[in-house]
Write a protein that binds this ligand. Structure first.
Ligand code: MN
Length: 226
């Protein structure tokens, strides 16, 4: 159908390093509790398996934009994460084939209304309002990538002070395992982004905070909470 009764929403786009064309975002999957020390700081147990939740595609905040402090929270938290950009279709993909779906990687921040998330956990309610709100997925430019996934330092500073400082190789589930598992739950397709979980040290942000994140070999991102 070529015509719409209302204007269709624009496709969210993330820039790609070295390319004038952008990466169109289809869907955002996120992995919870994928670093042992962060799982413990959230009150979980190392034996709990990681799990997925989602954000809407238009939650991305590409480089050059600043996220707005969200409504209805007094405890917005940063979670620095490696983001996998999917470039191929895949369903029920074996771990050994999973990296073949990867287009590239980016640095992301899984912004979280921690107060709403804790209330949802207490009541057994869904996490959508605590995780999938507007501007909840800042992201750097995507770096195209082939071969073994990034393994290096992942860190975030707020107003110049380091808050989270870990290594991607500490992930409980590695990138290949995450992509394989996601492909058993959803038909992955080009444009999908997967936020792969955060190391320990999550903490609050307030309006005016300057946030700078970095993953060794992948890139960096920076924004101000407005
Ligand atoms: Mn997260």
């Amino acid at each position: 159908m070529a015509e719409f009764v209302i204007a269709p929403a624009p496709v969210p786009v993330v820039p790609v390093e070295g390319e004038t064309a952008g990466f169109p975002v289809r869907r955002i999957l996120c992995v919870g509790r994928n670093y042992a020390a962060h799982r413990r700081e959230m009150g979980g147990d190392d034996r709990d398996p990681p799990f997925f939740f989602t954000k809407p595609a238009d939650a991305v905040v590409p480089p050059g934009r600043d996220p707005a402090y969200p409504s209805r929270t007094a405890n917005l938290h940063h979670e620095i994460e490696l983001v996998v950009a999917i470039g191929m279709q895949g369903r029920d993909v074996a771990v050994g084939d999973a990296l073949g779906l990867v287009y590239g990687y980016a640095v992301g921040v899984d912004l979280t209304r921690r107060d709403l998330q804790n209330a949802a956990k207490d009541k057994g309610q869904p996490w959508d309002a605590s995780k999938g709100f507007d501007d909840s997925a800042p992201i750097s430019a995507i770096r195209r990538w082939q071969g073994p996934a990034p393994q290096g330092r992942i860190a975030i500073a707020v107003n110049g002070a380091i808050r989270q400082d870990g290594v991607v190789s500490d992930m409980i589930w590695n990138v290949a395992e995450i992509v394989s598992e996601a492909s058993k739950l959803w038909a992955l397709a080009p444009g999908d982004l997967i936020y792969t979980g955060t190391p320990e040290g999550v903490g609050p942000l307030v309006r005016g905070d300057r946030v700078e994140g970095e993953i060794e070999g992948v890139g960096s991102l920076s924004f101000t909470v407005t």
